[in-house]
Design a protein around this ligand. Structure first.
Ligand code: UDP
Length: 242
């Protein structure tokens, strides 16, 4: 059996990935399928930390477009990520995977506060750590959170799970029949081509800290494991091409 090529990973799940076909809210079947995929990787003794988005419930930018002040709308978005994190924790624990949720905004009745060294300790003990609440700051995204936490806990890779596409394309594959999927890409290319995979703050943070990213489809079961054992799936983004 193939061995994992990473010891510690960050899995970035967008809110949309939890919503499944309905496009909003949390789909129970989808979340349990994701939990099973995470379990497979934990069984390989890979340390897994997860950053969850909130776009299936609320996006700050849409709130501010409706006249709400941006910071308030963003705090609502951060709270949405906490709801998703709790749902994911519940799905993981239901199948026997020990987890801890850590929030960047303190709410101790609900979850632990984010403490870097404690998060690392949990990971070393085989617990899945779910980072909720984004960075805790408005004007940022959960992609940036994934980059930041990856740097902080020294994760070797960010696995970015998508539910509509299976990698990074030269154009929107749903709108352009000539759109081509990239196998590999550099952060600089991604930024210059404005490919919309992640925001520029997140890309720059990954680039500056040399954190590779694998963009792949979560809808195909077993893909997290495939990425972890080094199978070529989706698109790999790095600081420079090997
Ligand atoms: N958010 C924020 N700061 C952060 C992370 C998230 O203000 O550090 C807010 C922001 O309003 C964002 C929402 O939380 O729209 C949900 O996060 P995101 O859009 O990254 O979720 P995803 O697209 O991954 O579902």
């Amino acid at each position: 059996m193939k061995q994992p090529i990473f010891k510690r990973i960050i899995l970035k799940l967008s809110g949309e990935a939890l919503a499944g076909q309905q496009g909003y809210g949390i789909d129970a079947d989808v979340i349990s399928s994701i939990a099973e995929q995470v379990e497979e990787v934990v069984a390989l003794n890979v340390q897994v930390a997860i950053v969850v988005g909130g776009g299936n419930i609320w996006r700050g930018i849409s709130g501010s477009a409706k006249g709400m002040d941006r910071a308030t709308a963003d705090y609502m978005g951060m709270l949405a990520t906490v709801m998703n994190s709790l749902a994911l924790q519940s799905a993981l624990e239901k199948i026997g995977v020990p987890t801890r949720v850590q929030t960047s905004i303190e709410m101790q009745q609900v979850a632990e506060p984010y403490i870097r060294r404690r998060a690392i300790r949990h990971l070393e003990k085989g617990r899945v750590v779910i980072f909720a609440g984004g960075t805790g700051n408005p004007y940022f995204s959960t992609d940036t959170t994934a980059a930041l936490r990856a740097a902080e806990i020294e994760a070797e890779v960010i696995l970015m799970a998508k539910n509509k596409v299976d990698g990074v394309y030269s154009a929107d594959p749903f709108l352009d029949v000539h759109a081509e999927k990239f196998e590999t890409l550099t952060y600089l290319e991604m930024l210059n081509k404005n490919l919309g995979v992640m925001d520029s703050t997140a890309s720059s943070l990954c680039m500056d800290n040399d954190i590779p990213l694998i963009v792949f489809s979560i809808t195909e079961k077993g893909n997290i494991k495939r990425a972890v054992i080094g199978e070529k799936i989706g698109t790999t983004v790095k600081g420079s091409v090997d």
